[in-house]
Design a protein around this ligand. Structure first.
Ligand code: GLU
Length: 491
């Protein structure tokens, strides 16, 4: 039987790192086995549905390069792929369970349920639906049940969990998991508004969509025994289950919004590369080899093995993501990076530059930053002349001969052809030696004049990227700037 897996998000929010990891592991498993990767939208909790969430999930997965074989946006033989469009199917299926005695009607009002919970709290027992004390098919005469249903009284359908036996399943990552029926709640399957709960819809859909492997977060382990009971009651073969380890913050708290952004869209907007994010997320709970951390999607597909996924929680470490992104910044082709940088510069209101200029700017700085947008901020001087000079810092390198030297340097630079880092270094060295000075006597001030900053890439390389005309323009501008003489001379 060919592998079929699904990513089944509830559209209650935008795609976050945890969802991306689940989607990616499903994708890697499907591609590794030549199977199908399916998107199913689990929107049975209509009140919690967030507008735009489905679009965001699809867009973000497309951005990182995970394409679905079936789903609401691409179609497929087992649609519709949105649960709110499959309500009739769930109602039909729940009747099968009712007929078989695997499920039952319950008529309790919210107030009655609350009183039940209070009683249980007072008695010090875990809250759980008390099948034999409440108003349902077990406790009411069948004529009464029929009458209530015929009257249209609000009713839910609950799962009749067997209380006398264990329920077990084999998890591909965690091994055999067993719980006792008496520790499970009689889960609501169909709500009074006719909508199924997650549990019913999930099992019905996994069956009718021919899902072979359910790969999802560890938080769903407590639900799985209920799902197993449903498969048994329907007489269906259950898929195989694999529950992925929890994701934690570096302080071992549960990954959450409170610890900075976890939405994939935020990472995209901050200029992380999809390749880097995917590579980072792939290693949250699994590593193909101990000696490497950078993998292409093809390599991840080839190596993926569900049984090698860790059980221990994975720590989401932003510093590691930054490191990984920096590796990709050094590796990705310059023309692609330049095209990506262009709109960022536009947003900052910088002038338009040809792609080959941007490529040279990126090549100059990409070893020094983690993310592409930092080239526009850290390296702003490559795109706009310095707006001011750091006179404080200047003072340490100031000498009164400087303006004179700069006047004399102008024709030297004018004649430097080609305007390369090598030739510039040679010319400027000669220039200072001729005046009996060390190279740094001019290098520090020149850097400040040309970039406005005291740190950056090599001065001569920077000058070569800026080009002759711009270097001359910036030096001339400096020479017309009024010097804060008093400031420069205070000791
Ligand atoms: N709708 C569930 C979620 O939001 C899916 C869990 C599952 O994959 O079964 O995560």
């Amino acid at each position: 039987m060919s592998v079929r897996v699904r990513f089944a998000p509830s559209p209650t929010g935008f795609l976050h790192i945890g969802g991306l990891r689940t989607a990616l592991y499903n994708f890697l498993f499907a591609r590794h086995h030549g199977g199908a990767f399916i998107l199913r939208i689990e929107d049975t909790d209509q009140e919690r549905t967030v507008p735009g969430a489905v679009e965001n999930i699809i867009d973000m997965l497309r951005w990182v390069g995970l394409e679905f074989d079936e789903g609401p946006h691409v179609g497929g033989p087992y649609g519709p792929y949105v649960q709110s469009e499959r309500l009739e199917l769930y109602r039909q299926q729940v009747h099968i369970l009712l007929e078989r005695g695997a499920a039952y009607y319950a008529f309790d009002t919210p107030e009655e349920l609350e009183r039940m919970r209070q009683r249980q709290r007072r008695a010090g027992i875990a809250p759980k639906y008390d099948r034999f004390a409440m108003r349902n098919s077990f406790t009411l005469p069948s004529e009464e049940v029929q009458r209530l249903l015929a009257d249209g009284s609000p009713a839910v359908v609950r799962l009749a969990v067997p209380m006398d036996r264990d329920i077990s399943f084999d998890d591909l990552i965690r091994g055999r998991i067993t719980v006792h029926g008496r520790d499970l709640d009689d889960q609501v399957l169909l709500k009074s508004d006719g909508f199924p709960t997650y549990h019913l819809a999930n099992v019905v859909d996994d069956h009718f969509m021919h899902i072979t492997h359910v790969i999802r977060g560890e938080e769903w382990i407590p639900s799985t025994p209920k799902h197993i009971l449903l498969y048994e009651a329907f007489g269906w073969e259950a898929p195989q289950f694999a529950h992925l380890p929890l994701l934690l913050n570096p302080d071992r708290s549960k990954l959450s919004k409170r610890h900075g952004d976890v939405a994939v869209d935020d990472f995209r907007r901050q200029g992380y590369f999809p390749e880097a994010l995917l590579n980072f997320v792939a290693l949250l709970g699994w590593n193909p080899t101990a000696d490497r951390e950078l993998f292409t999607l093809e390599e991840l597909i080839a190596a993926f093995d569900l049984t090698k996924v860790n059980r221990a929680p994975a720590i989401v470490d932003r510093a590691k993501l930054d490191w990984m992104n920096a590796q990709y910044l050094r590796l990705l082709p310059l023309d692609r990076l330049a095209r990506q940088l262009q709109p960022l510069l536009q947003e900052l209101g910088y002038p338009d530059y040809p792609l080959d200029y941007l490529m040279r700017a990126i090549a100059l700085l990409r070893e020094r930053v983690d993310r592409l947008p930092e080239i526009a901020t850290f390296g702003d001087y490559l795109f706009i002349p310095p707006r001011s000079y750091d006179w404080q810092y200047f003072r340490a390198h100031w000498r009164d001969e400087l303006p004179q030297w700069l006047e004399e340097l102008l024709p030297v630079l004018e004649q430097t052809e080609p305007f390369t880092a090598e030739l510039l270094q040679q010319q400027i060295r000669q220039f200072v030696e001729h005046r009996g000075q060390p190279l740094r006597a001019l290098v520090h001030p020149l850097r400040l004049i040309l970039t406005g900053k005291s740190v950056g890439a090599g001065l001569f390389e920077t000058m070569a990227v800026l080009g002759k005309a711009e270097c001359l323009r910036r030096i001339r501008h400096f020479l017309t700037t009024e010097l804060p003489t008093a400031q420069l001379h205070t000791a």
